[in-house]
Design a protein around this ligand. Structure first.
Ligand code: ADP
Ligand code: MG
Length: 252
């Protein structure tokens, strides 16, 4: 039978069949009930494999979940809004989500957590940093240009993390604009940045392009501005320190 299962590529059953046969024998299942169990076992195993493939393909930097996010630590974030976003209606409306704030306040954590929600709902996700993204799309050899753009336009959700740490060349800025235009009203982008929107002109080296880009990104978008202290630095500030500016700890 193992050979037959292999031939039919029913690899999920390969492991579970002996157990299913045994429990059918003990439970005196009807032929129909047994067959149903067998088919269901293969379906479940295929779904699990697909989930794992999607998770791997998403390239999340870490597997942060919403359950491990401490909203009390970051009171400037509306927990209600994040919970609403985690319901994924923003994905269905192709709305973008922008997390703005200084380092360590949880932007990447929240982007990962929403990505995991989307993955678990069966959507394709791709996570990248702006630096990696522009390096890839900037100068693709022509035959690959289409494939490459598809790679970033096809996923239901594209995360562009760390916008602001790299200044873009003119070609990179243009490539980013093309990508955002290609996704516009078709698929959501989650974007994180330490910059305010007024600084995007110098990020892209082109005020006009920055305005056009922001126009597309912000047309349908939820902007979450986080004004808080770094979670990474929490132990350096004392347990009940409300904020560095109030205690004189100053800038990290
Ligand atoms: P940012 O992307 O804004 O620089 P991160 O999301 O990378 O910050 O957060 C830094 C680290 O702190 C991560 O390991 C993240 O999981 C954790 N972290 C940040 N904020 C919180 C929070 N409110 N609750 C729990 N963990 C947090
Ligand atoms: Mg980050």
């Amino acid at each position: 039978m193992k050979e037959m299962l292999k031939q039919l590529r029913l690899s999920g059953l390969y492991e579970s069949l002996p157990h299913l046969v045994e429990s059918a024998r003990q439970g005196q299942l009807s032929y129909e009930a047994f067959l149903r169990q067998v088919l269901q076992a293969e379906i479940t195993s295929r779904e699990q494999r697909a989930d794992r493939r999607r998770l791997k393909a998403a390239r999340l930097p870490f597997r942060a979940r919403l359950e491990t996010f401490d909203f009390r630590f970051q009171p400037s974030i509306s927990e209600r809004l994040i919970r609403e976003l985690s319901g994924l209606s923003f994905l269905h409306a192709a709305t973008n989500v922008i997390f703005l704030g200084p380092p360590g306040v949880g932007k990447t954590h929240l982007a990962c957590a929403l990505s995991i929600q989307a993955l678990e709902a069966g959507h394709q996700v791709l996570f990248t940093t702006l630096r990696d993204l522009v390096q890839l799309i900037e100068t693709p050899r022509l035959p690959h240009k289409h494939d490459l753009l598809r790679r970033f336009t096809q996923p239901k959700l594209l995360v562009i993390d760390e916008v602001g740490y790299t200044r873009l060349t003119a070609e990179q800025a243009r490539a980013l604009f093309d990508l955002v235009s290609a996704r516009y009203e078709r698929g959501s982008i989650i974007l994180t940045s330490n910059l305010s929107f007024s600084e995007w002109g110098s990020l892209l080296g082109d005020e006009v392009l920055a305005t056009a880009l922001l126009d597309r990104i912000l047309h349908h978008a939820e902007v979450v501005t986080i004004n808080g202290r770094s979670y990474r630095m929490r132990n350096h500030m004392g347990a009940d320190t409300p904020s560095p500016s109030l205690t004189g700890v100053g800038q990290f």
